[in-house]
Design a protein around this ligand. Structure first.
Ligand code: CTP
Length: 483
C-alpha cells in the first residue's frame, strides 16, 4: 500500500549545534563515498521540530548501515558497538548517542518475531515506524541536503498535536505491541492526543501486550511516571484497557459505590490526582510510584460500616504488601527502591493522623524514627494526598501539615531521632548476659527503643543500660559482665 505514497518535502531550518554539524558532515561524506543515501530520522527530528532537547541521533542508511557506522567511527576516532542481531551500530559523539541502521522493509523491530529483515527503501523504512511524527526524515545527501521528507503528514500531526500510525493501526501495533504503550507515553510526554482509530485498535488489541517483555513495559511505565502530568498516561491506559494488562490492581480502584445514600470517592481518579500533585512537587521516580500505589489496597479493605460509612481499615498495611507483588511482577528493583515505596505506602496516613490530633512528642519521635531519610518524601506524598475540592479545607489541612513539619523540626533538633540507633545494641545485650542470639535479645532491644521513643527514659547509654537490666531481670537474667 505504501508504494503509492509520495514523500512530501520541504526545507525547515532546524537549529543544529556545532557538534551536530561536524557529525553530519562526516556522516554525509562517508555515505556519499559509499553511494549510500543517509537520513536523520525518528525522535531526533521530531524533538528538533518541537524544540525539545534530544541527545539521541538515529541515522537510516539505504544500504549497509553497519559499514557506514564503522567508517564514521574510524573518522571520528571513536569506538563503534555493533549489534549484529538487530542490524544496528552505535557510537558516542560528545554527548550524543548515535545509532546507524540500514533501511528495512519488514517489521521495524527485528528482535520481535521476524528475525530476517529485508533491506528496503527509505519509504519502506518510514512506513514501518510507530507514529507519523516519528517517521520524519532529514536528508544528508548532496542533491537535497537538509530537506525534510514527510511521507505521512507527520508535520501536520505535529501541528495538530496528534499521534497517528503511518499504516493501519492494527498493522503498526502488531509489528510491535509495545507501541500501544509508547502512544500512551508520548501522549503524556508531549501532551498529544491519540487519534480515535488508533485508540480503538489499542482497546481491541490490548491483550497483545502479553507477548512484550516485562522490562520494555516497565521502562515505558517509568517514562510515563516521569512526565509532567502522568495522569494523562494512566487515564488513557485505563480507557483503552491497557491498564488491565499492566496494573490490574489500579483498575479495581475505579468507581464509586453507594450504600444507604453514602458514596466514597473514586479512588482511581483520586490516585491520579495525587500522582500529578506529587509530580509537580518532586521528580523522584520512587516517590511517584508510591503516589501511584498509596491507596492500592482500598479495593481489598473497603467496608461499609453501619453508622460510620465507608472505611478502608489497614489499607496502608495491605497496600505495602501489594507493592512487593507488583514490583516482583514488573521486575522493578526489589532492594532500596521497593523498600522505600513500601515504607511510604505504609506510613502515608501518619502525618494526617498527627495533624488531626494534639501532637505528642512521642508520636513525632516515632514518625521521625520510622520515616528516617524518607521523611521529606513522606510529607510531600501527604500534602499531595489532599484532593478536596473545598478550598477552605485544603488550606486548613496544609496549615496543619505546616504545624506538623515545624514540630518535626523542633523534635529532631532536640532528640536527633532520624537515622538514630538505640544506644544499646544486640551485641551489648548478649555480652552482658552471656546469651546467644535469640528472641529474647530482640524483645529487650525493642523494649529499650520503645521506652526512648515514648520518652519514658532518656536517649543515653546509662539510662538504656539501667532499663536493659530491669527488663532482663523480668526474664530471670542476670549480668555476667559489668557496664
Ligand atoms: N520506533 C518504532 N517502534 C518502536 C520503537 C521505535 O517505530 N517500538 C522508531 C521510531 O521512529 C522512533 C525511533 O524508532 O522515533 C527511535 O526509537 P526510540 O529511540 O526508542 O524512541 P524516540 O522516538 O527517539 O523517543 P524516546 O527516546 O523518548 O524513546
Amino acid at each position: 500500500m505504501q508504494r503509492f505514497v509520495t514523500i512530501r518535502t520541504c526545507y525547515k531550518p532546524l537549529p543544529v549545534s556545532d557538534t551536530e554539524q561536524q557529525l553530519y558532515e562526516v556522516v554525509a561524506a562517508e555515505a556519499a563515498a559509499r553511494q549510500a543515501p543517509v537520513y536523520v530520522v525518528g525522535g531526533h527530528v521530531r524533538d528538533k521540530l518541537l524544540q525539545r532537547d534530544s541527545k539521541d541521533i538515529d541515522f537510516t542508511v539505504v544500504g549497509n548501515g553497519l559499514a557506514l557506522a564503522e567508517a564514521v567511527g574510524q573518522k571520528l576516532q571513536t569506538p563503534v558497538t555493533v549489534f549484529k542481531n538487530f542490524g544496528t551500530a552505535r557510537l558516542q559523539y560528545h554527548d550524543f548517542a548515535v545509532e546507524f541502521v540500514g533501511a528495512r522493509r519488514e517489521s521495524y523491530r527485528p528482535a520481535s518475531r521476524k528475525p530476517e529483515v529485508q533491506a528496503g527503501t527509505l519509504l519502506d523504512d518510514l512506513a514501518r515506524r510507530d507514529f507519523t511524527i516519528n517517521a520524519l526524515a532529514v536528508s544528508l545527501n548532496a542533491d537535497d541536503y537538509g530537506m525534510l521528507l514527510d511521507a505521512f503528514d507527520g508535520l501536520g500531526d505535529l501541528e495538530r498535536r496528534l499521534l497517528r500510525t503511518p499504516l493501519e493501526p492494527e498493522l503498526t501495533f502488531s509489528d510491535d505491541p509495545l507501541r500501544m504503550l509508547r502512544a500512551v507515553r508520548f501522549a503524556a510526554q508531549l501532551d498529544f492526543a491519540v487519534v480515535p482509530e488508533a485508540r480503538m485498535a489499542m482497546r481491541q488489541h490490548a491483550e497483545r501486550l502479553r507477548i512484550v517483555s516485562i522490562e520494555r513495559i516497565t521502562d515505558e511505565l517509568n517514562k510515563m511516571l516521569m512526565t509532567d502530568r502522568p495522569s494523562i498516561a494512566f487515564d488513557l491506559m485505563f480507557k483503552t484497557d491497557l491498564l488491565r494488562e499492566v496494573l490490574p490492581e489500579l483498575v479495581l480502584l475505579y468507581g464509586v459505590e453507594h450504600v444507604e445514600g453514602k458514596g466514597h470517592k473514586d479512588n482511581f481518579y483520586h490516585t491520579l490526582q495525587v500522582l500529578d500533585q506529587v509530580a509537580k512537587r518532586s521528580d523522584d521516580l520512587w516517590l511517584r510510584w508510591a503516589a501511584l500505589l498509596h491507596d492500592i489496597a482500598k479495593y481489598d479493605t473497603k467496608r461499609f460500616e453501619k453508622g460510620k460509612g465507608w472505611t478502608f481499615h489497614g489499607h496502608e498495611v495491605v497496600g505495602a504488601r501489594k507493592v512487593e507483588t507488583i514490583f516482583r511482577r514488573l521486575h522493578l528493583p526489589l532492594q532500596e527502591p521497593m523498600k522505600r515505596v513500601q515504607k511510604l505506602v505504609l506510613l502515608h496516613l501518619r502525618p494526617i493522623a498527627l495533624s488531626k490530633e494534639e501532637v505528642t512528642d512521642s508520636a513525632i519521635r516515632r514518625l521521625l524514627f520510622e520515616a528516617g531519610d524518607d521523611l521529606e518524601a513522606l510529607m510531600t506524598l501527604c500534602e499531595s494526598d489532599i484532593t478536596s475540592k473545598n478550598e477552605k479545607k485544603v488550606k486548613k489541612y496544609l496549615e496543619n501539615f505546616r504545624l506538623v513539619r515545624s514540630k518535626l523540626i523542633e523534635v529532631e533538633e532536640r532528640d536527633r531521632i532520624r537515622n538514630w540507633q538505640p544506644p544499646i545494641s544486640g551485641e551489648v545485650i548478649m555480652r552482658t548476659f552471656a546469651k546467644p542470639p535469640g528472641r529474647e535479645i530482640g524483645i529487650i532491644k525493642e523494649a529499650i527503643r520503645e521506652a526512648i521513643l515514648e520518652g519514658r527514659i532518656r536517649n543515653t547509654y546509662d539510662d538504656a543500660y539501667a532499663f536493659m537490666l530491669e527488663k532482663a531481670a523480668e526474664l530471670g537474667w542476670h549480668p555476667v559482665t559489668k557496664n
